[in-house]
Structure formats: C-alpha cells, structure tokens
Design a protein around this ligand. Structure first.
Ligand code: IPE
Ligand code: IPE
Ligand code: MG
Length: 250
C-alpha cells in the first residue's frame, strides 16, 4: 500500500514525478485543423502515446496513467465510439511485443461491464502476460470515471466487510479504488487547452500538481513532457503545511 497524501505527508518529493497522469485531449481538433475526420486524430494520438511512454521510461517516471475513454465518452456519435473500441483492440494486439521488450506492465482501469467479449479477453491476456515486467507501469483508463471509481470501491468494500456500513475511513476504502496498486499522481497533464478534470481521477488527484497545455494531444511528445516536468520541479508541494516547514532554514 502507498501512503495517502491526506493521511500522511509523503516523505520524498523529487524533481521527477513518480506518477504522471494525463488527459490526452485534442485529437478531434487536431484532425479538424487538417480537414481530416476525427478518427485520424485518434490514430495519431496513438503515436503520441507511444512517444510519451518511451519518454516517461527514459526520464525515470515509474507510473504513467492515461485517460483514453471516459464513462461519458459513450455519449459520442456511435461511429466514433465503435472506432475507438476497435482502435483499443488493434493497439492492444499490436503493442504487446513492444511492451515486453520495454518491460512495461500494463493495467486497464475502468468499468469493464460494457466491453465486448473480445476486448475483455485481450485486456485480460495483456495484463496477465505483462504482470511480471519490472519497468514502467502503464495504466490506461477506459470507461473510467472518478465517480464510478469511488462508488465501485465503496460497494466492493462493503461486500467484503458488511460491518463497515456503520462507519469507515479512508484507509478502509483505499485498497478498493481502481488504482490502489499505484501511488497518487504527482503530476497531472491535460493537453488540448481545457482546464477541467472531466471526471478523471477525482479521489487520487487530491494533492497532485495540475498542468495544462494548449498543445493538442497528437502534437505531444518528449519535449512537451520535459516542459511539464520542468514546471513540476519548480512547484513547492506543501500538503497543507507552510513554506518554512517544507524548506526548514539550514
Ligand atoms: C481525446 O480527444 C480523445 C478521447 C476523448 C477519446 P478528443 O476526441 O476529445 O478531441 P477533441 O477534444 O474533440 O479535440
Ligand atoms: C476527457 O476528454 C476524456 C479523455 C481524454 C478520454 P473529453 O474530450 O471527453 O472531455 P470534455 O468532454 O471536453 O470535458
Ligand atoms: Mg476532447
């Protein structure tokens, strides 16, 4: 179990974030600027993700979590939803060798109940086969919503411990959250210019540094990641304390 930022002050704050969480936004606009269909932007988005994974690995990030499809994205036109589900299936199949070669551990987080059986089977196989890898942990949030996560965790906790219905605390709930295997994100990045969370990791972002860039996701890559990490290194993370406590006079 990792320390919670609200239960205890995290010990070591380093210049390189241990966990980076990204809302990969702007694919549709990127394509539109080029008079191309939106799906072209999603395809190029996969290339940007590949480059970002490589850069995170090279820079020493241990956990990378990316938002690929929100619980609200089902509201999109059916053609786009179908394309995106097909793209996940294709990418899961084609990237697995590369993940092994780079020792990447893959996790898919979200509500799996609406996935097709073939997508579900691929996810389970990919997770199982990369579970022993020792490098970067890549979590892809698909049909994920922060509110869904808190509710599913509460339900799962109560199913295991009906006695907690009377009263429970953060430490009781935390192991049931979808990302309990990872520390809380240190750095959050959203591309595409919007400054909102869009129901991503609501619980886990409690003390995360939030970085927004106007770059559209297909244009993101190592230089943009380095810029975000440089910005992160300049933050003073106080976790509720005052500056003098964070940097005691020497
Ligand atoms: C993010 O890009 C990808 C997904 C949500 C699947 P968008 O598709 O939201 O692109 P914009 O925001 O419309 O440009
Ligand atoms: C957030 O982007 C979800 C993903 C990137 C997967 P959206 O494009 O769906 O967010 P809103 O609708 O603009 O808030
Ligand atoms: Mg968008």
């Amino acid at each position: 179990m990792f320390k919670s930022s609200t239960e205890a002050v995290p010990d070591q704050v380093k210049d390189v974030p241990r966990h980076v969480a990204v809302i990969m936004d702007g694919n549709g606009r990127w394509a539109k600027q080029r008079f191309m269909p939106r799906i072209f932007g999603h395809k190029r988005g996969v290339d940007a993700l590949r480059e970002t994974i490589k850069a995170c690995d090279a820079l020493g990030v241990e956990f990378l979590t990316v938002f690929a499809f929100s619980s609200e994205n089902w509201r999109r036109p059916p053609d786009e939803v179908t394309f995106l589900m097909g793209l996940f299936i294709k990418v899961l199949g084609s990237e697995i060798e590369r993940m092994h070669a780079n020792q990447i551990r893959l996790r898919i987080v979200g509500n799996r109940s609406r996935f097709t059986p073939d997508l579900l089977a691929l996810i389970e196989a990919a997770e199982a086969s990369t579970a022993g890898n020792t490098g970067l942990t890549l979590s892809v949030a698909v049909d994920y919503g922060g509110r869904w996560d808190v509710i599913q965790a509460t339900q799962a906790m109560l199913a295991d411990h009906p006695d907690l219905a009377q009263s429970f605390d953060e430490a009781d709930l935390a192991p049931y959250l979808a990302m309990s295997y990872a520390p809380e994100p240190d750095l959050f990045i959203r591309t595409g210019g919007e400054q909102r969370i869009s129901n991503f990791l609501l619980w886990q972002l409690a003390y995360t540094e939030l970085y927004f860039t106007d770059l559209l996701w297909p244009d993101f890559g190592r230089p943009a990641l380095e810029a975000a990490i440089d910005w992160y290194a300049g933050r003073e993370r106080r976790f509720g304390r005052i500056s003098e406590q964070v940097k005691p006079a020497s």
